[in-house]
Write a protein that binds this ligand. Structure first.
Ligand SMILES: *[C@@H]1O[C@H](CO)[C@@H](O)[C@H](O)[C@H]1NC(C)=O
Ligand SMILES: *[C@@H]1O[C@H](CO)[C@@H](O)[C@H](O)[C@H]1NC(C)=O
Ligand SMILES: *[C@@H]1O[C@H](CO)[C@@H](O)[C@H](O)[C@H]1NC(C)=O
Ligand SMILES: *[C@@H]1O[C@H](CO)[C@@H](O)[C@H](O)[C@H]1NC(C)=O
Ligand SMILES: *[C@@H]1O[C@H](CO)[C@@H](O)[C@H](O)[C@H]1NC(C)=O
Ligand SMILES: *[C@@H]1O[C@H](CO)[C@@H](O)[C@H](O)[C@H]1NC(C)=O
Ligand SMILES: *[C@@H]1O[C@H](CO)[C@@H](O)[C@H](O)[C@H]1NC(C)=O
Ligand SMILES: *[C@@H]1O[C@H](CO)[C@@H](O)[C@H](O)[C@H]1NC(C)=O
Length: 437
């Protein structure tokens, strides 16, 4: 499609969506579809949650500057409900831990400028054994949205009924809740809740998740250690191109500083998740967060790329590194990645080894680099321009560490470089002679 015809469609979308903020042809695609940023209780608190912890963490989101950095959702995960529904079949909040009622909590969060998220399940019960929404989808969507005032629903995949009852796959069970959310929105003339599929990657969800949701989980639960991160990165490297403005592979909630994660590992964790355009949910206990971890979460340059209004795709691998390209390996995932952004080409080098490594790439290995040009290199962690790169970049990278850079065109490369082409084995003069190395 030409830019000109795209502009016409874009202008139509602009009117339909009532959005006046778009500044570029592609920007309008992003309406409501950038990765969601926020806080979720699970990784730090599991089931030890109540209304006071929620408000305390929300207040820390403000005072620590995380809300100002863009993290505007406060989400409750599992274990907020009574084990039984009411006599009339309604799901109910835990009467002791949420004694003031969910509406009181969401009203308070909304008054503080946050959006609020809740959790449910596509089966009989949640993973923690609380009521699931199977066969209660319409009623529960109404409870979550209208009675309780939530803006976002994370929907888990535990305790699914027998096949002779569901007559559906994962797709069909998630469609039931998606339909309930959409029907409710139509009836009430209010925006639907954002639907986040916590399906653990079942049944190729990356191929259909966007029909229902804003994001879809691609793996089982993340654990706070490097092995788990490497495993998640490996799987997602093969489906990275499923992410765009229409929806996002969800690499699961952040574990920065948790468990035995080192500082470098936490930095790599955040960098990969953000640049792959995953939703970013802080899973660190904010009452005891360290300045180092806070600094990672507030990296403006990295967050800006996660929230890029112009390019919806995430970074994808251009070379696997340790192993041959396309090797599926849970301990040594792809190490060399790149993608487009509003301000240039993003390149990430990830050291999957337990020792420091010298890592190097030729600029034109990335599809977004032009041959014959040199590039300004801006370090997305040092927040400074480090060099003008000609042909290649080499860096020392700590064990399990990362280097993330933004490359922007700095004019024609110096004359007389050898070989004359970056694709040297094809380099040909106009008279048909091979002139490469
Ligand atoms: C969160 O951190 C606070 C302050 O260190 C601590 O008192 C509390 O027990 C922590 N909560 C959990 C669930 O670890
Ligand atoms: C909750 O439901 C279970 C199973 O239906 C029932 O055995 C139990 O008595 C109920 N508990 C309460 C407090 O109603
Ligand atoms: C929440 O409940 C408390 C205690 O009843 C009350 O003081 C407060 O005003 C309520 N907040 C909202 C936003 O309703
Ligand atoms: C459905 O499957 C379950 C488990 O196999 C079985 O116990 C039940 O009788 C079946 N129900 C019907 C209606 O076939
Ligand atoms: C971190 O924890 C994981 C899981 O408990 C374990 O497999 C791994 O060896 C630990 N790593 C270090 C460096 O202690
Ligand atoms: C591009 O640069 C502008 C100006 O510094 C900045 O406001 C914007 O957030 C950047 N966009 C991305 C995607 O990094
Ligand atoms: C993963 O890759 C490493 C490095 O090549 C190799 O030593 C290891 O055996 C591979 N693991 C599996 C399960 O193939
Ligand atoms: C980088 O380019 C040089 C030639 O300038 C070539 O020898 C080398 O194989 C290239 N490396 C990769 C990974 O493409």
């Amino acid at each position: 499609m030409s830019m000109a015809s795209f502009s016409v469609i874009a202008a139509t979308l602009l009117v339909t969506a009532g959005n006046v903020a778009a500044t570029s042809d592609f920007g309008v695609q992003s309406v409501g579809k950038l990765p969601v940023l926020g806080f979720n209780t699970w990784n730090a608190f599991q089931c030890n949650i109540d209304q006071d912890i929620m408000l305390q963490q929300a207040s820390l989101m403000k005072s620590l500057g995380l809300q100002a950095a863009g993290y505007n959702y406060i989400n409750i995960d599992d274990c907020y409900a009574e084990k039984n529904r009411t006599a009339s079949g309604d799901i109910q909040e835990d009467k002791i831990r949420f004694s003031r009622g969910m509406r009181n909590l969401t009203d308070t969060l909304h008054a503080q400028g946050f959006k609020a998220g809740i959790y449910g399940d596509a089966g009989w019960t949640t993973c923690g054994g609380y009521p699931g929404s199977y066969s209660h989808e319409e009623a529960d969507a109404k409870t979550f949205r209208e009675k309780w005032g939530f803006d976002y629903l994370k929907y888990d995949n535990c305790a699914i009924p027998f096949d002779n009852i569901t007559q559906e796959g994962t797709y069909g069970r998630y469609k039931r809740m998606s339909d309930a959310i959409q029907n409710l929105a139509k009836r009430s003339h209010k925006l639907p809740m954002i639907f986040s599929l916590c399906d653990w990657g079942w049944q190729q969800v990356n191929l259909w998740g966007a029909e229902f949701g804003q994001s879809w989980r691609t793996t089982g639960d993340i654990a706070p250690n490097w092995d788990s991160l490497a495993h998640i990165i490996n799987i997602n490297s093969f489906i990275a191109s499923s992410t765009h403005f229409y929806g996002h592979n969800d690499l699961d909630m952040l574990q920065l500083g948790n468990g035995n994660m080192t500082y470098e590992e936490s930095k790599s964790h955040f960098t990969v998740w953000a640049l792959m355009k995953s939703p970013l949910f802080i899973g660190t206990n904010l009452s005891s967060i360290t300045p180092e971890i806070l600094g990672i979460l507030k990296n403006k340059d990295i967050l800006a790329i996660n929230q890029d209004p112009v390019w919806g795709e995430g970074i994808t691998p251009f070379r696997w590194g340790i192993n041959p390209d396309w090797t599926f390996n849970a301990t040594h995932p792809a190490e060399y990645w790149s993608g487009r952004s509003q301000n240039g080409t993003v390149v990430m080098m990830l050291n999957s080894q337990n020792v420091e490594a010298e890592m190097s790439f030729n600029l034109t290995e990335s599809a977004w680099i032009r041959a014959g040009r040199q590039y300004k290199v801006y370090d997305l962690w040092a927040h400074t321009q480090t060099e003008i790169a000609v042909r290649s970049i080499t860096k020392r990278v700590p064990p399990h560490g990362v280097v993330a850079m933004l490359l922007s065109d700095a004019g024609q490369e110096p004359a007389g470089l050898y070989p004359a082409c970056s694709v040297w084995w094809q380099c040909t003069s106009i008279t048909g002679e091979r002139v490469g190395g």
